[in-house]
Design a binder for this molecule. Structure first.
Ligand code: NAD
Ligand code: MG
Length: 400
């Protein structure tokens, strides 16, 4: 029996956090919980604390932490903490050997880096942190000896199709290219005119996956694939020229690796994040995840298309930001987060999300991304610029 793993789950109340806890629930002998964290959802967190009895529960928001401490007065063994310091502390705590990084967006960067610097097994769902800080992040992994395992289904698939000792040496492994699959999102067949009128509810209704709101909108704009392209470049030490996005609307093949001898290895499975999560948690072993076994007879056929970067420019913008380097990917990510928030609150139309990102990338000066503070400063400048552009667009549409 392998040693029991003790987890900190950053973003425990989210879609990935809850799927992770479902795998933990199935294997109480193999996995225990050291800490759970969330932003503001007190009731969800109370319920999880009563079930999993973590030593520490962190609410990023101070008021929410006060409410949780009050709600858990009868459970003094759960220590309630708050703020960035609380998140960094549970990410680096010696009481946890494994950290699930599942906070959404740039807010995940500091605690994920803290887990990396403490040399943990880091299960990386929070792709935004790697996109923002690529080289800094990977250098920290190399320095600390952290064990970085990809949870994003595509990257987990690629990881599974590579020899474990050659994950960052694709030429040495005989890899010609990576075939990164994409569902195409809910608007894959929409015309440009139809894209102007789509609503947040439509964008959040993904055809195959059930996910948080932000990543659902990213899937609809194809920014998710753009972020994943950058994520793959850093994880597998390669460039966009060696990655080809294949739209595969069934979301059964989670990605593929093509070797120089013509072999193409793929990882398949039902679209259920518990599979890559269980893979990372138990690696190099396997545990039952709760995902439905694949029924290929019921599926019958697979389809593939090229992505349309005219209708979905975000994929192109992300590849360009990676090539520009420095803080460009952090600027791209911050502008995207602002634009998605504005779209979800009804301030910005869907088709203007890439417009805001492109204008922000053209306006905010790119600098070397060699320090955490420099990256966060670029993030702040890009958010401010994008916010101004969103307001300008809103005023213009009021005037017409
Ligand atoms: P979600 O919105 O469902 O959950 C986000 C979690 O982060 C919640 O627990 C929330 O409380 C916490 N959080 C939000 N803002 C915070 C802040 N400022 N400070 C601290 N905590 C905060 O998101 P999700 O769909 O679970 O996605 C989480 C991450 O995993 C994202 O980076 C996403 O891109 C990635 N991911 C998700 C999926 C999926 O299927 N959902 C697949 C691949 C990758
Ligand atoms: Mg993915």
């Amino acid at each position: 029996m392998p040693q029991k793993r003790h987890l900190t789950i950053l973003g425990a109340t989210g879609s990935i956090g809850l799927s992770t806890l479902d795998v933990v629930r199935r294997h109480p002998d193999r996995f225990g919980i050291h800490a759970l964290t969330a932003a503001t959802s007190v009731a969800d967190m109370e319920r999880l604390c009563r079930e999993f009895r973590p030593a520490v529960a962190v609410m990023a928001d101070g008021d929410a932490a006060g409410q949780l401490a009050e709600a858990l007065r009868d459970l003094p063994e759960v220590n309630v903490r708050t703020g960035e310091a609380g998140l960094a502390e549970v990410a680096a705590s010696p009481a946890a050997d494994t950290v699930m990084a599942a906070i959404v967006g740039a807010a995940g960067l500091a605690p994920t880096l803290a887990a990396v610097e403490a040399g943990k097994r880091v299960l990386l769902a929070n792709k935004e942190s790697l996109v923002m800080s690529g080289r800094l992040f990977m250098d920290a992994v190399a320095r600390s000896g952290a064990e970085l395992l990809p949870i994003d289904s595509e990257h987990n698939a690629i990881f599974q199709c590579l020899p474990p000792e050659r994950v960052r040496d694709l030429p040495g492994a005989g890899v010609r290219r990576i075939l990164l699959t994409a569902s195409g999102g809910p608007f894959r067949t929409h015309s440009p005119e139809m894209l102007r009128d789509v609503t947040p509810a439509q964008a959040c209704k993904h055809p195959n996956w059930s996910m948080g709101q932000k990543i659902s909108v990213d899937s609809a704009t194809l920014m998710n694939k753009g972020l994943e392209l950058i994520e793959a470049c850093w994880l597998f030490n390669t460039t966009p020229e060696h990655i080809e996005v294949h739209v595969h609307p069934e979301s059964i093949i989670h990605s593929m690796v093509e070797y120089v001898d013509g072999s193409v290895l793929a990882q398949l499975g039902s679209p259920d994040m518990r599979t890559p999560i269980a893979n990372g948690m138990a690696w190099p072993e396997r545990v039952e995840s709760g995902a439905e076994p694949l029924d290929l007879f019921a599926l019958g056929r697979f389809h593939f298309e090229r992505p349309d970067t005219e209708r979905f420019p975000c994929l192109r913008l992300a590849a360009e930001a990676f090539r520009t380097g420095g803080t460009a990917p952090a600027i791209l990510n911050a502008a995207n987060e602002q634009a998605v928030t504005a779209f979800l609150s009804g301030e910005l139309c869907f088709a203007d999300i890439p417009v805001i990102i492109e204008q922000t990338l053209a306006s905010v000066t790119v600098q070397p991304a060699d320090s955490f503070d420099g990256i966060m400063a670029a993030d702040a400048r890009a958010r401010e610029w994008a916010r101004g552009e969103i307001d300008r667009l809103a005023r213009r549409s009021l005037a017409t």
